[in-house]
Write a protein that binds this ligand. Structure first.
Ligand SMILES: [Zn+2]
Length: 566
């Protein structure tokens, strides 16, 4: 049976342990002098050698003839322990035995002297996983430990260990190994295994191991199906051949080639590339490029090693731009988990990386087509105030007031301050402006809840603007388009932030974010499909700028269509 490399080459003595000399030398001295603690706490990230050192320590304290602080590996006790036959050494994994019963049982058992060895040793892995009652039971033993007892606790999360436990243990912190230490060790192991491991492949594995020797060994295992392990072997075994593609994608982004980047992504998507993985790799690429800029000399240790430095140096753009790109990717990555459409997330991310600042495009519903003919709004030249030509019918509040509200006295709608100062709005039925009560005296009136572009659309108004009679609303048009268009094109229609439709004078106006979306949608076959669904003329228009939207908002207000009083 094949034995995993990390098991096969698991250190047997303190001297075999790589990269934790600050701990192993101390422990060896304690064995030599006999000044042992009754409780140790080993802290460190996974795969750094905590359990291995715990076993070596348990062996060393019980060894009949320790050699310079190391277990001899030859005496009966050493061999019994190696064979797993020494009942006096018990390993517990708190992750699976976190019950208080286990610790109580341990406590009852612990009072008995060891059967064969000098000390009864309990190794409790992932001790932070113990339940609180179990912790307390453990504390009882640690308070007054019998002479023959030794505890070796290990944890990856120091902050979850009770302070009362910490204060009773001698603490040792295992550090992450640097990439070169892992690489050098892997080269030695490869030699023993008669594998040809190239230096750059070893360095890459060392970086991928992320500080843990066990991970480094497992990674080597995965690559070891061939006798020659070089850089390409590692990349392909780790599924990282995408690294070259990532660099290529980044190049298109650097050229602001939105179309090229999107097409490139589409290709990778069709080959089965996971969207989140792709963004993750792109982030690591930009990160490496940034690290190389910030630490050009000593930065090798900071790099992931997936990209050669020549490629990274070729990345254009300032440090600030790289940082910005990273922030953009992180934003989309963090939203990816809950996204209904991960592919769209990547597309939006790429578009934003190409310089289009989607965050600045504010979406508000297009002005609605009123059910009755609207009073067209004109602006008189001298006052610059919108004055309706004729009386509009008063429109009742669409929703009843939430609480007992003062009687309806046509309170003035207060538009956002900057709009108001310049263009005070006059209601159709109100007396002329000069008789209008000042705003300070208006009845208590809450912050206008609608028509604020900052508010998410759904919170203030129905999900889809009501369509004029005889016309389907936008949502149902989009739904019906599903059968008429290919999936990719239809998906663009579902993006509320980039595409919206509304009725104007019997025509369907589709407002679309300029650039990619417009290029993809404003095509004759798409227009035909939409016309077939909505049964009317269809026009495309660029999604309006915030200034235009503000103006529209004022016009919409004059029709009371959008206002909800609460
Ligand atoms: Zn021994």
């Amino acid at each position: 049976m094949y034995e995993a490399l990390y098991r096969k080459y698991r250190p047997q003595t303190f001297d075999d342990v790589v990269g934790q000399e600050h701990i192993t030398e101390t422990l060896k001295q304690q064995i030599i002098t006999g000044r042992l603690s009754h409780a140790y706490l080993f802290v460190g990230t996974r795969g750094t050698g905590k359990t291995t050192c715990a076993r070596i320590l348990a062996k060393a304290v019980n060894c009949e003839h320790p050699v310079n602080g190391n277990p001899c590996l030859r005496c009966d006790t050493c061999r019994a322990m190696e064979a797993g036959e020494l009942m006096d050494v018990t390993e517990l994994d708190a992750a699976s035995n976190n019950g208080v019963d286990d610790v109580r049982m341990l406590r009852d058992e612990a009072v008995f002297s060891p059967t064969r060895a000098k000390k009864r040793v309990y190794i409790i892995d992932e001790v932070h996983m113990l339940s609180k009652p179990a912790f307390n039971a453990l504390l009882k033993i640690l308070e007054e430990p019998p002479e023959h007892l030794m505890f070796i606790l290990a944890t990856t999360e120091l902050n979850k260990v009770l302070p009362t436990i910490l204060s009773r243990c001698q603490r040792h912190s295992f550090r992450r190994l640097d990439a070169d230490t892992v690489a050098q060790h892997l080269l030695k192991v490869a030699q023993k295994e008669e594998l040809t491991l190239t230096e750059d492949a070893a360095q890459l594995l060392g970086r991928l191991a992320d500080g843990g020797m066990r991970d480094g060994m497992s990674l080597l295992d995965q690559c070891a199906s061939k006798k020659l392990v070089d850089r390409d072997t590692v990349l392909s075994a780790m599924g990282l051949m995408g690294a070259t593609f990532t660099a290529e994608l980044a190049e298109r982004l650097a050229q602001r080639d939105t179309e090229g980047a999107l097409l490139f992504f589409r290709e990778m998507w069709q080959e089965g590339k996971d969207p989140a993985t792709l963004l993750g790799e792109l982030a690591s690429f930009y990160r490496d490029a940034l690290m190389l800029r910030l630490a050009p000399k000593g930065g090798g240790e900071l790099l992931s090693g997936l990209y050669d430095t020549g490629t990274l140096r070729a990345v254009t753009g300032s440090e600030g731009e790289l940082l910005n790109s990273l922030n953009v990717i992180e934003k989309y990555l963090s939203g990816m988990r809950d996204a209904a459409n991960p592919r769209l997330q990547v597309e939006l991310c790429l578009i934003e990386l190409c310089g289009l600042e989607a965050a600045k495009v504010v979406y508000v519903p297009a002005a609605q087509e009123p059910k009755s003919a609207p009073a067209p709004v004109k602006r008189s030249e001298n006052t610059k105030k919108p004055v309706p030509e004729k009386k509009a019918e008063p429109v009742p509040a669409p929703e009843p007031p939430a609480e007992e509200a003062p009687p309806w006295e046509e309170p003035p709608y207060i538009p956002p301050a900057e709009d108001f100062e310049e263009e005070p709005y006059i209601y159709p039925d109100e007396p002329p402006a000069e008789d209008y009560p000042p705003f300070e005296e208006t009845p208590s009136y809450e912050e206008p809840p609608v028509c604020e572009p900052e508010l998410p659309y759904e919170e203030s108004t129905p999900a889809s603007p009501a369509a004029p009679e005889g016309h389907p609303d936008w949502r149902s048009i989009v739904d019906a388009l599903k059968d008429k268009l290919d999936v990719g094109t239809h998906m663009l229609f579902t993006d509320d932030f980039a595409v919206s439709g509304s009725w104007e004078n019997g025509e369907l106006i589709i407002e679309v974010m300029p650039g990619f979306y417009m290029n993809m949608l404003n095509k004759s076959d798409v227009i035909e499909a939409v016309q077939a669904v909505c049964g009317a003329a269809v026009h495309f228009r660029e999604l309006r700028s915030p200034a235009e939207i503000r103006e529209d908002k004022l016009n919409a207000l004059s029709r009371f269509d959008n206002v909800i009083f609460q």
